[in-house]
Ligand binder design. Sequence first.
Ligand SMILES: NC(=O)c1ccc[n+]([C@@H]2O[C@H](COP(=O)([O-])OP(=O)(O)OC[C@H]3O[C@@H](n4cnc5c(N)ncnc54)[C@H](O)[C@@H]3O)[C@@H](O)[C@H]2O)c1
Length: 305
Amino acid sequence: MNQLDFKGRTAAVTGGAMGIGLAVAQRLAASGARVALWDRDEQALAAAKATLPDDTRAFALDVTDAATVARVAQATAAALGAVDVLVCSAGITGPNVPLADYPVDDWKRVFDVNVHGVFLCNRAVVPLMKAKDYGRIVNIASVAGKEGNPNASAYSASKAAVIGLTKSLGKELARTGIRVNCVTPAAVRTAIFDQMTQQHIDFMLSKIPLGRFGTVDEIAALVCWLASEDCSFSTGAVFDLSGGRAPRRPFAPPFRGEGADRRRAAPEHSLAPRSGAERGRRACSAPPERPARASAGAPCKGGSG
Ligand SMILES: NC(=O)c1ccc[n+]([C@@H]2O[C@H](COP(=O)([O-])OP(=O)(O)OC[C@H]3O[C@@H](n4cnc5c(N)ncnc54)[C@H](O)[C@@H]3O)[C@@H](O)[C@H]2O)c1
């Protein structure tokens, strides 16, 4: 494991009792940070704390409870001396059902945890970070927030909201010493899989060009870099962790496994969306045997068409 320098730094990790959050907490601690775990699962919290250095603090809280989040943020700062880093990993999936059948209460619960929880935790630590003019916030979104997974409308929409929140807050704080970024993992086998149907898990795997799930350590590696001082020129940004799923060009055909890359090995410009000026230039240079519609009638003048 590569180590980063977190000596003298303190970090709060929501959802830190298991899965991605715990892997992040362990990596931060191994790099010298003092860590506070924030999670609603008291049993898992105790087990997680036992895997971390003795000075680790554990706070049982529900991230949807504004008053508790504010109190725990203050208690963490008092116990550790500051909150230099916040990683928001607490999250739930909600059921895998078509939108038309989506239970309203489940939709609201997914937004409560995944969106309002991130909002409340970010909101609680920003004043603490501003006071020191230093901070790193990393929110765990999902590739579902960029692409939209079928039968996961609440989850996909909630993660899109986390991306929007991160972009907004990053810009708000850009002239301070605080950086705010998010990551968008594809599927990683953790306890969260218990909340999904096998069909949905199979669908997520089928979408990953690497042909496997990510690991919690692979997610933690990028999250911890984003939480470090080295991450100084990125803010309000969205970092991919999707085994090749996300970085397709817009309008490229969907990934269909091996061979698909060759089929779309056409020149970069052939599928890319064009500006009006580029479209005009292309129309003007169309070969005579296939006249472009734009050139019929009106003369082409430069790039404006
Ligand atoms: N595992 C994946 O495939 C995957 C992919 C993309 C994004 N993510 C996101 O990564 C984050 C972590 O997921 P994970 O796979 O580690 O899940 P996990 O279920 O293993 O861990 C989630 C943790 O969040 C805690 N939590 C849930 N609701 C809470 C609440 N209201 N208050 C406080 N704590 C709460 C749980 O107790 C648990 O410890 C989530 O936001 C998830 O949406 C996961």
